[in-house]
Design a protein around this ligand. Structure first.
Ligand SMILES: *[C@@H]1O[C@H](CO)[C@@H](O)[C@H](O)[C@H]1NC(C)=O
Length: 224
């Protein structure tokens, strides 16, 4: 019953919004169509077995990791630490780049997300509860907090790459994609597992060359 009311509310919202004639510049018409193969879950708990002896190196050089292949043009994504790659349970940290003139699909997800822009300029578009799409300019050091299930999009309208780091809770990441802001709330395309969670890295990341284990003192850390 609640779902039905939500669907009705979302539909009416969509009709009202349609009249506002606001049209998002969709960079990607349909991510699903661009995805290779069916969306059958290929989830494995994590890839920690690629690490020597099953031990995860907690410190490594992010520059050594290959960015994930991604069907969204202009978006590169790298999970620095996460559920799929490392068996992290509560959070993931990503580093991503959007090329000029590109953007993420309009989407929502059931996790919280926080972002920090490292370099470049862009726009965060967020839809209010009443359907209004609010756009905010982002630049170096801009932060952005995305609440669970808020419909949003990130775009790079600048002339250079937009680099940002993002953290999410409650992995794995389960986005639901929209074609437009006017789509009814429930009319999104779920993508799970997320593209970059579908395979393990080919090789373990290199530990930093200067990364040495300093001698520990007993009792300084909790027993694991
Ligand atoms: C970003 O913030 C940090 C911390 O306050 C500061 O050191 C740095 O200079 C800032 N960078 C820019 C581009 O404003």
């Amino acid at each position: 019953m609640r779902a039905l009311l939500l669907a009705l509310a979302a539909f009416l919202g969509g009709v009202l919004l349609g009249a506002s004639s606001y049209r998002a510049r969709l960079v990607l018409a349909d991510l699903r169509a661009a995805l290779p193969g069916p969306l059958a879950p290929v989830w494995a708990p994590h890839c920690a077995n690629i690490y020597a002896g099953g031990q995860l190196t907690p410190v490594f050089d992010a520059g050594q990791l290959p960015p994930a292949q991604h069907p969204v043009p202009g978006l590169t994504h790298l999970t620095l630490h996460g559920r799929k790659a490392h068996g992290m349970k509560g959070l993931e940290l990503w580093i991503s780049t959007l090329a000029p003139g590109t953007g993420t699909p309009i989407h929502r997800h059931d996790c919280e997300e926080v972002l920090l822009v490292l370099r470049g300029e862009g726009v965060a578009a967020m839809q209010d509860k009443d359907g209004t799409v609010v756009e905010t300019k982002l630049g170096p050091n801009s932060t952005l907090a995305v609440l669970p299930n808020a419909r949003h999009q990130l775009r790079n309208d600048g002339s250079r790459d937009l680099h940002f780091i993002a953290a999410i809770d409650n992995p794995p990441f389960r986005p639901c994609l929209y074609r437009s802001w006017e789509d009814p709330y429930l009319a999104c395309q779920s993508v799970w597992p997320m593209v970059w969670d579908r395979s393990c890295p080919d090789k373990a990341p290199q530990p930093l060359p200067h990364h040495v284990v300093l001698s520990g003192s007993k009792g300084a850390t909790a027993e694991m």
